[in-house]
Design a protein around this ligand. Structure first.
Ligand SMILES: Nc1nc2c(ncn2[C@@H]2O[C@H](COP(=O)(O)OP(=O)(O)OP(=O)(O)O)[C@@H](O)[C@H]2O)c(=O)[nH]1
Ligand SMILES: [Mg+2]
Length: 218
């Protein structure tokens, strides 16, 4: 063909003169053929009581702008939502948080944060569908707030780890003390972390992925 388009493409690509050849023939890189390194995408749920730091956790590790569904809190929720542990908290999650993080180049975690307020718990069944595991966040100043999440994952059989979000000024406990207080079985990881620190959150997520793999039958 004599068209200018054909001439340019032939000259720059050095390919055959057939107009049907649209893309350059590039040799396949070894990593492209290695199916063992194809990215694996998994879904992880971040649960826990009201204001324990779920939205903070998702935001601090997400490599995309996290999706948030925060609504301003008003005096109407004063009776039900205890803000003594987090006096600066102004908003609450009304649907879910969503973020993404890629670990080790080929493990993509999609993070789904649950709403903490009791009146939105009906959404949990939808949020956890298809997840490989959950992070149950706890605050040692109000440990009982994480009981509903623990009960939920125990009853549905989804692997989970317990992540104690340490708030400045609160007493620092050993993981084994928290395990005992919450009667968490020995094979379930319990860790003390800080939802604001990316590295701390990544350690928590890696621990969950490892635990979920241990729990999943071959
Ligand atoms: N000091 C301290 N503050 C934190 C930490 N994590 C979260 N916060 C603060 O605690 C408040 C609660 O955080 P959120 O991430 O909104 O909690 P949440 O669990 O998503 O809350 P709900 O969605 O309303 O249940 C916010 O004001 C955060 O800035 C932490 O590790 N240390
Ligand atoms: Mg939230």
């Amino acid at each position: 063909m004599d068209s200018a388009v054909s001439d340019v493409s032939d000259a720059t690509r050095g390919v055959s003169d057939s107009p049907l050849v649209a893309a350059p023939e590039e040799p396949m890189q070894p990593w492209q053929a290695d199916r063992t390194r194809a990215p694996i995408a998994t879904k992880i749920v971040v649960a826990g009581g009201f204001g324990v730091g779920k939205t903070t956790l998702v935001s601090s590790v997400s490599e995309i702008t996290p999706l948030q569904t925060e609504a301003l809190m008003t005096e109407a929720s004063e009776e039900t939502d205890d803000l003594t542990g987090t006096p600066d908290k102004r908003t609450t999650t009304v649907a879910m948080d969503f973020g993404r993080i890629t670990l080790d180049d080929d493990l993509v975690l999609y993070l789904f944060g649950t709403p903490g307020q009791q009146r939105f718990w009906f959404m949990w069944d939808d949020i956890v569908r298809g997840a490989i595991g959950a992070v149950v966040m706890a605050d040692t100043r109000r440990l009982k707030d994480c009981f509903p999440a623990l009960d939920y994952f125990e009853s549905c059989g989804l692997p989970y780890v317990v992540a104690v979000n340490h708030f400045d000024g609160s007493e620092l406990y050993e993981p084994e003390d928290v395990r005992e207080a919450l009667t968490i079985p020995a094979h379930i990881p319990v860790m003390i972390m800080d939802a604001r620190r990316r590295i701390s959150v990544i350690e928590t997520l890696l621990s969950l992925v490892g635990h979920a793999l241990d729990e999943t039958p071959e």
